[in-house]
Design a binder for this molecule. Structure first.
Ligand SMILES: Cc1cc2nc3c(=O)[nH]c(=O)nc-3n(C[C@H](O)[C@H](O)[C@H](O)COP(=O)(O)OP(=O)(O)OC[C@H]3O[C@@H](n4cnc5c(N)ncnc54)[C@H](O)[C@@H]3O)c2cc1C
Length: 273
């Protein structure tokens, strides 16, 4: 086959147009609610939330927090470096007409996000990116098992809200103490178990593993969403597949944070294990 005269075989293929990244949105705190000792609900608002809409259950946003010494973060440049103090959160409730989004923060201790949430007050500024997609929920599936810790409790709430009344959802939620428990709503039939981990984060996943071993057999048509500390997610997934007869393709696993790791990547599906 002949090539057009000005094109040699070494000419690189035309590059596809660079993906248009939506600029980060300037948002301000409009409400701060202490839901429980370790959970703070922060409502963010601002004119730049125009057009911001949820993209399904367990979707995510990126929030950019102030660096040490800053009172508010600088607006990131379109082609500038990635902000150091950027972390991943779940848009729990989005009210487009009010240009508002609620985000629930676990107050776990030191970290740009957790430390900021612990002191947050009305009027403070963040930058928000996203949203990005989350869990591809099969609404026709009859059985769902949702396994999460407190960091993925908001994600679980968005999944529960999206389930139809015909579905049954078993939910295991691991939190620090019983004071973190809250009422969860779903059109589906809910079987909810709260599990207490205590304040030692090194125990992440242990109460969940114990609870899973005590469950009756898991129905073979169960869809499982598993989101928690990264090592715990891998252990729990292995427990499900090697001891509890679940096949790996029934499970969507996500490491939401990792013990002793700052800024754990937001796309940890545990594919290394
Ligand atoms: C898709 C997705 C959605 C998420 N949604 C939410 C959400 O809605 N609410 C929420 O609270 N978190 C959510 N997370 C988890 C959140 O991104 C992490 O907890 C993040 O590390 C917090 O940042 P940080 O600056 O506070 O701490 P970092 O600077 O990242 O970490 C500092 C230290 O804190 C520890 N640490 C971090 N997170 C936790 C935790 N949850 N519990 C105990 N120790 C911790 C780390 O191991 C590290 O030692 C989500 C994560 C993903 C991937």
């Amino acid at each position: 086959m002949s090539l057009p005269s000005k094109v040699s075989a070494a000419t690189p293929a035309p590059e596809s147009a660079p993906r248009q990244r939506r600029p980060p949105r300037h948002v301000q705190v409009s409400r701060v609610q202490a839901l429980s000792p370790a959970m703070r609900r922060i409502t963010l608002t601002g004119a730049e939330l125009e057009g911001f809409a949820p993209v399904g259950p367990a979707s995510y946003i990126k929030l950019i927090f102030p660096e040490p010494g800053q009172t508010e973060p600088s607006r990131p440049l379109p082609d500038g470096p990635r902000a150091v103090s950027m972390r991943t959160y779940t848009p729990l409730a989005v009210r487009p007409e009010a240009l508002e989004v609620d985000v629930d923060f676990v107050l776990h201790g030191e970290g740009p996000a957790s430390s900021w949430a612990a002191q947050a007050s009305v009027g403070q500024v963040l930058f928000l990116m996203g949203p990005g997609p989350g869990y591809a929920l099969d609404a026709d599936a009859p059985h769902h098992l949702l396994i999460a810790d407190d960091s993925a409790l908001p994600a679980v709430e968005t999944i529960l809200a999206a389930l139809p009344a015909t579905a049954r959802a078993q939910v295991l939620l691991e939190v620090i103490t019983a004071a973190e428990e809250r009422t969860l709503h779903s059109p589906a039939q809910l079987d909810l178990t709260w599990l207490e981990r205590g304040t030692d984060h090194r125990a992440a996943g242990l109460p969940t593993e114990k609870a899973l071993r005590a469950l009756p057999p898991i129905a073979p048509d169960t869809n499982i969403y598993l989101a928690c500390e990264a090592a715990a997610m891998r252990r729990i997934r292995t427990l499900l597949t090697s001891e509890l007869g679940v096949s790996r393709n029934q499970i969507v696993g996500r490491g939401y944070w990792k013990l002793d790791v700052r800024n754990h990547p937001d796309h940890d599906y545990g594919e290394d294990a």
